[in-house]
Design a protein around this ligand. Structure first.
Ligand SMILES: NC(=O)c1ccc[n+]([C@@H]2O[C@H](COP(=O)([O-])OP(=O)(O)OC[C@H]3O[C@@H](n4cnc5c(N)ncnc54)[C@H](O)[C@@H]3O)[C@@H](O)[C@H]2O)c1
Length: 304
């Protein structure tokens, strides 16, 4: 796919949806952004705001407020709705959205059943809800975003800890986008050499960082929106390379490194130490158990 030919749908006109739509306006590959939100008013308001940006910046991208049912023309759809609820979780914060957000994602999956483009799920808990969307809708090209941001944060934090430039750090975070994230320390390289990684401290910093952003800004948005753009480029065949996305891996959806070539993914799981393998198994068990805890009407009768 070359040139400015791509139409992207964005569901949810909140912090993440707004930032994704703004970033799309600045690309040289997106032609149209179709926006849907719980209230048509917020979608229309975002369209007006983006039209101002497009006019000021000379961007040829065009935006329209639509119903989800009209998104079948999109090459990809980004799902970033958040139900109205108060998250009272102090630990495992993303899992605190499960009960409220699962019905929203389930309804969208029913509405988008038969859609044959790419779907990027953002709504938390993203690994559980990516599976819910994929299995309810039957959309084969469904991916969740989360571990790619964790991996970027990990490289930043490790570079800071070691006092080296971030671009000499190669390492990733897989598993749950949440408290059971798995740092692949045994395969992390700094300037091509194995590194001494303070795993527990970095794990704590990975948990703390989004909470600090949310405490200061109300919502974390920019890192996630950047990861969504990267996911769109890789899954639409606009960029080749490695990216960590939530996909079905051994029956449960978790953040796994995928290498994309012309939009086709292949799993690139690094060799894991025994401790990392146990941590990934624990993440799998936790995410599966969260999925199994969903009310039957959300999960029954769908392919497994
Ligand atoms: N996976 C990640 O890396 C990551 C990172 C940041 C945020 N998130 C998650 O993304 C989601 C959105 O975050 P946010 O900060 O943009 O939330 P937000 O509250 O700012 O915005 C949510 C938007 O969703 C809309 N909405 C609610 N129900 C809807 C429905 N049924 N259909 C369409 N739109 C609907 C609301 O009107 C609102 O505009 C949250 O679940 C958040 O936890 C995930």
């Amino acid at each position: 796919m070359t040139g400015r030919k791509v139409t992207i749908g964005v569901v949810g006109a909140g912090a993440v949806g707004q930032t994704v739509a703004m970033l799309l306006t600045a690309t040289d590959w997106c032609a149209r952004v179709l926006i849907s939100s719980r209230t048509g008013d917020s979608a229309a308001a975002l369209v007006a705001d983006l039209e101002d940006l497009q006019q000021v910046s000379g961007s040829p991208v065009r935006t329209h407020a639509v119903e989800v049912a009209d998104m079948g023309v999109c090459h990809a759809i980004v799902l970033a709705p958040r139900a109205a609820f108060t998250n009272r979780h102090e630990r495992d914060v993303r899992m605190g959205g499960l009960a409220a957000n699962a019905p929203v994602i389930h309804t969208l999956a029913r509405d988008l059943g038969g859609y044959d483009g790419t779907v990027i799920v953002v709504t938390n808990p993203v690994d559980v809800l990516t599976r819910l969307f994929a299995e309810t809708s039957g959309c084969r090209r469904t991916y969740g975003v989360g571990s790619h941001t964790d991996s970027a944060r990990y490289r930043l934090l490790l570079a800071e800890h070691l006092g080296v430039p971030v671009d000499v750090v190669d390492g990733r975070v897989i598993g749950e986008h949440g408290d059971q994230a798995v740092i692949c320390a045994s395969t992390t390289r700094v300037a091509g050499m194995p590194a001494r990684v303070p795993v527990h401290a970095l794990h704590a910093a990975l948990t703390d960082r989004p909470q600090r952003i949310t405490a200061g800004l109300g919502r974390a948005r920019a890192g996630c929106a950047g990861a969504v753009l990267a996911a769109l480029q890789h899954t639409l065949g606009l960029a080749d390379g490695l990216i960590e996305l939530s996909v079905n891996h051994e029956g449960t959806w978790l953040g796994i490194p995928l290498h994309f070539t012309a939009g086709q993914p292949s799993v690139c799981l690094p060799p894991l130490s025994p401790g990392e393998a146990r941590a990934l198994a624990a993440a799998r068990a936790k995410v599966r158990s969260a999925y199994d805890s969903l009310p039957a009407h959300l999960t029954e009768g769908v392919p497994t």
